[in-house]
Design a protein. Structure first.
Length: 569
């Protein structure tokens, strides 16, 4: 009985951390202000972000505060813009030698799992990981758990959740001493390494395999994509590794594109059905790079046009594609584009069957003067996307801008984007996560305070406005009291029917959706036909939900209500 009480208390504590708490609003509405996450002396570089599952975010970065080498630090910011952990961040690793190239994923309980390349051995780069709780407590071995310390360098890595509180990490590996190969390792929620010591080989073909892009397979494993020179020319390959560490597809991977010319810079997202959609830079034209995409099914089959579907083949260069789900089995891809002899930001949507949805060669998100580049993207939770980029339109220094595009390919915010940061000095390397309510939280590297870079963050609402009060569990678009979504009960739940109760004012069109924390649509149905009154229905459609945090959203036109539910084992 004592054990049961302990488990219940732990579950309630977890839920308390996941659910929004009343905190004084701290998000600025002025793009020259923003929220500082770390402003200590010396450099901070390459921030990376994930959702905290409660409308806020966890940000990690490479930190040179000790003046000798780079370490890894983290900070959490609430939905209201309050910095929650130790001032200037919690140290995840301060071991000797440099640590860098950090990546992050949610642990499904309000915290995060972080991985990095590590030079503490003073001879080669190794792979380490650490978990930090929602409260800012470092949970695993001090300075991290070793994922791979074999000979040769291990760098250039990717991380995804294993849907059980742990993660799957993939990296480029030089243990052979002659070429780069692709390896992976799984680490549990408790910090136990689960697969073969020093990792499972995904590809050891001739030539180099490089730049992994990874997506969760929904069952504890991952689908990993990379660019590959085995044919004497960089191509795109992919491989599946299951939860038990077995590699079920073709040895050394399935070819997604082996067209002439160079293909590189792959980026990937789940297709919502156990497979993935991949986009890349493509030099098959023999001149400048274009943007192509391909889908790989859960069975390892390539269903679209051989060597990929063209998203953009406009003149001059298209580069640095990044991708997010469109919530309907397809994807939205953005890139920077020099068709006008000036780097701009464009986007394109591709459907689940490989059909390009928007204007030929993409929709312009920003064509302002000066350079716009290095975009990043996340779902807006409504089948569209929000894109963030570095922007040099003022001709003095780089700023941070954003644009939202709808599922239909219509730009939602002011022409050429909303300014998130126009402070003095350069701002760069933006990283973005959803706030769970149609907006985003963005973090970046910031030089407003001089030569030492700092880390700042900003929240932008679903309507493109900056800052103000937190958006958590409040109506969007002025919802009346007779349009309501009740908290899911019980919460946390252990599975079974997920019963949702809500109130409608009329038979006007409305929908109810179940989303994961990345904004991917798990289930949904039209509910307006139920008419006015209070209603209750099961939303999970008989699916077995993996442990983690989910969002339930009630929509009517531009109005929505959102609540959260935690699913336990």
């Amino acid at each position: 009985m004592r054990e049961v009480r302990a488990f219940v208390c732990a579950g309630l504590l977890c839920l308390a951390l996941l659910l929004p708490r009343p905190v004084a609003a701290a998000w600025p509405t002025d793009p020259t202000l923003n929220v500082p996450l770390c402003t200590t002396a010396n450099l901070r570089e390459s921030p990376t972000i994930t959702s905290d599952g409660a409308g806020g975010a966890i940000v990690i970065w490479q930190d040179y505060r000790n003046g000798n080498d780079f370490d890894i630090y983290a900070q959490r910011i609430s939905a209201a813009g309050a910095v929650l952990w130790t001032a200037d961040g919690v140290a995840l690793c301060t071991a000797s030698g440099d640590q860098g190239g950090q990546t992050i994923t949610s642990d499904g309980a309000g915290g995060a799992i972080v991985t990095w390349r590590d030079y503490r051995s003073d001879s080669t780069w190794d792979m380490y990981a650490q978990r930090i709780s929602a409260a800012g407590a470092v949970l695993w071995t001090a300075d991290g758990v070793a994922l791979c310390t074999t000979g040769g360098d291990q760098i250039d890595h990717a991380i995804v959740s294993d849907s059980a509180g742990g993660a799957v990490v993939t990296w480029g590996d030089y243990r052979s001493g002659s070429t780069w190969d692709m390896y992976a390792q799984r680490i549990s929620a408790a910090g136990a390494v689960l697969w073969t010591a020093d990792g499972v080989a995904l590809c050891t073909a001739g030539g180099d395999q490089w730049a992994p892009a990874s997506v969760a397979d929904g069952g504890g494993g991952a689908i990993v994509t990379w660019y590959d020179s085995r044919g004497g020319n960089d191509d795109i390959y992919t491989q599946h590794i299951s939860a038990d560490g077995t590699v079920p597809w073709t040895t050394d991977g399935v070819a997604l594109c082996t067209a002439t010319g160079t293909q590189n810079g792959p980026t990937a997202v789940s297709d919502g059905a156990g497979g993935a959609i991949v986009a890349w830079e493509d030099g098959r034209s023999g001149g400048s790079y274009d943007i192509y995409t391909q889908r790989i099914s859960a069975a390892g089959e390539v269903p679209w046009t051989a060597d990929g579907v063209a998203l953009c083949t406009a003149t001059n260069w298209q580069a640095s594609p990044v991708i997010t789900s469109d919530g309907a089995g397809g994807a939205i891809v953005t890139w920077y584009d020099s068709r006008s002899d000036n780097d701009d930001i464009y986007a394109q949507r591709v459907s689940t069957d490989g059909t390009v949805q928007w204007t030929t060669d993409g929709v312009a998100l920003c064509t302002a003067t000066g350079t716009q580049y290095i975009p990043t993207i996340t779902s807006d939770g409504a089948d569209g996307a929000i894109v963030i980029w570095q922007d040099y339109r003022d001709g003095n220094d780089f700023d941070i801008y954003a644009q939202r595009i709808s599922a239909a390919g219509t730009v939602q915010w002011p022409a050429d984007g909303v300014a998130l940061c126009t402070a003095s000095g350069d701002q760069g390397g933006p990283t973005v996560t959803s706030d769970g309510a149609g907006g985003v939280i963005v973090a970046w590297q910031d030089y407003r305070n001089g030569d030492d870079s700092d880390i700042y963050a900003q929240w932008v609402r679903a309507n493109g406005e900056l800052g103000g009060d937190a958006p958590v569990d409040v109506p969007q678009g002025g919802a009346p009291l007779d349009f309501a979504l009740d908290p899911v009960r019980p919460n946390p739940t252990r599975g079974g029917a997920l019963t949702v109760r809500f109130t409608l004012a009329s038979a006007a069109a409305a929908s109810l959706e179940l989303l994961d924390v990345s904004g991917r649509r798990i289930a949904g149905r039209e509910v307006g036909s139920l008419g006015a009154g209070q209603h209750a229905l099961s939303l999970d459609e008989g699916q077995h939900l993996t442990p983690g945090l989910y969002l339930v959203r009630l929509n009517r036109g531009a109005t929505s209500r959102t609540t959260r539910v935690a699913v336990l084992r």
